[in-house]
Design a protein. Structure first.
Length: 66
């Protein structure tokens, strides 16, 4: 939710079709960059919180255009 709109273009939200309704699942395009925010092991499962990040090249192009 904290990711920029530019970074979100590589994300397909599939939460409502997930078999695990408590999980927030998404499909990511090849080459999508993520920043790991936290990692937790609950014994029977891992929880990894990530944030989408913009590609440096795209970010530079957008800065140059403004």
């Amino acid at each position: 939710d904290n990711s920029s709109e530019l970074a979100k273009k590589n994300l397909a939200n599939i939460w409502k079709w997930s078999a695990n309704t408590e999980e927030k699942e998404a499909l990511l395009a090849v080459g999508t960059k993520l920043k790991v925010i936290s990692v937790h092991n609950f014994g029977y499962k891992w929880e990894i919180e990530v944030e989408l990040v913009e590609d440096e090249e795209e970010q530079h192009q957008n800065t140059s255009l403004t």
